[in-house]
Ligand binder design. Structure first.
Ligand code: SAH
Length: 345
């Protein structure tokens, strides 16, 4: 039995062709799978009863299991999905005015072990398949119907550029069939410099966010071990070469951590580092994560830092954290793996 959702657009076309069916059947299937969001072949009423039962003999449609849903006081919701092999992942829905942004996971767990992030502490489990990424969007759209997700950030569990092919396939299906345009999709990376140019090439037009978090290699490597492999020089070079569409900017995320990356010198160094790159800096006060020794900067320090960036013509926005009371804020996602929490970084 083949899960229809496991097939890419091209593979669906090929499979239907192998079944001896005309081209429009594949298009119908894609429409019902991703636009109508059906969960079994029987519901595809556009196909004759005979065809439905014939297809049901070789194909099925998998469904992710919603294991838990939590709603924060500020309206943010967190969804825990259990995958077919028992792995679990989290997605977070963040309402903001007219927008409904879904923060999507790209891997179960994460390799990168950033010092401030809980997901990394539980270690890496596996890459998500493209449909496990798309399913987060489809499932949440189903849950919140008749409302719809308007924006997507690939900022949940995992490093999207280390699971590039699946992320690219998912983005393709989401833009084509769920009809969320690439301008409303943002991919956030810890800075896998050698993969950045592939975003420009294979996933043209999605927005890019880079988790900067420090303007020098010593601090950045301490916070984000991946910096040893792709130091700032390489990362910034890749950002400069990134084919940005006109009037678009790269977002640099910068977690504010007390006495670590929040000095006046750090702010001045950020300005220097980003010179010439169309950029926008998001200053994020560190969210509390159990078991880490780092503390967030004071509001005053964060405002001082912001002022220096603004004075030097770098757009800088202080982000308010949402969903912290249900552990849905950045860095707090970890599925239900209690084992991970005490592991050394
Ligand atoms: N691997 C990708 C996406 C997942 S992390 C990346 O690194 O960008 C998404 C964002 O959450 C990153 O900007 C990261 O720096 C931020 N983040 C992680 N832990 C955090 C914490 N404890 N407080 C605030 N932001 C955090």
């Amino acid at each position: 039995m083949i899960d229809l959702k496991s097939l890419s657009e091209e593979e669906i076309h090929r499979s239907m062709e192998n079944e001896g069916l005309p081209k429009f059947r594949a298009r119908q299937l894609l429409h019902w799978l991703y636009e109508r969001n059906v969960s079994d072949i029987e519901s595809i009423t556009e196909l004759s009863k005979e065809l439905r039962s014939r297809l049901s003999r070789s194909y099925f449609i998998s469904k992710p299991k919603l294991a838990r849903e939590e709603v924060s006081q500020d309206g943010t919701s967190k969804y825990l999905f259990e995958l077919s092999d028992g792995q679990d992942i989290e997605s977070v829905l963040i309402p903001d005015g007219d927008r409904l942004t879904l923060c999507v996971s790209s891997q179960a767990g994460c390799y990168l072990k950033c010092a401030f992030c809980l997901t990394g502490k539980a270690g890496f489990r596996r890459d998500l398949k493209h449909y496990e990424i798309t399913d987060q969007v489809l499932s949440v759209n189903n849950i919140i119907y008749p409302k719809r997700i308007t924006n997507i950030v690939l900022m949940g569990m995992g490093e999207p550029l280390l699971n590039f092919d699946n992320v690219a396939k998912a983005v393709d299906l989401i833009t084509k069939y769920v009809k969320i345009s690439k301008r409303r999709i943002t991919l956030s990376t810890a800075g896998i410099a050698k993969e950045l140019n592939r975003i420009g090439r294979d996933m043209q037009m999605v927005n890019l966010a880079v988790s900067l978090n420090a303007p020098n290699d010593v601090t950045r490597s301490m916070l984000m071990p991946i910096n040893r492999k792709y130091p700032l020089k390489d990362l910034i070079k890749a950002c400069r070469e990134f084919p940005l569409p006109t009037r678009r900017r790269i977002t640099f995320e910068y977690i504010m951590i007390k006495d670590t990356n929040d000095s006046v010198k750090d702010a001045v160094d950020v300005v220097k580092l980003l010179k010439g790159i169309p950029s926008k800096v998001n200053l994020i006060p560190l969210n509390p994560v159990a078991g880490i020794m780092l503390e967030r900067s004071s509001d005053r320090t964060i405002h001082e830092f912001q002022k220096i960036l603004l004075k030097n013509n770098v757009t800088a926005i202080i982000r308010k954290s949402k969903g912290a009371d249900i552990s849905a804020a950045c860095g707090q996602l970890r599925g239900k793996h209690p084992a991970g929490i005490d592991q050394p970084i």
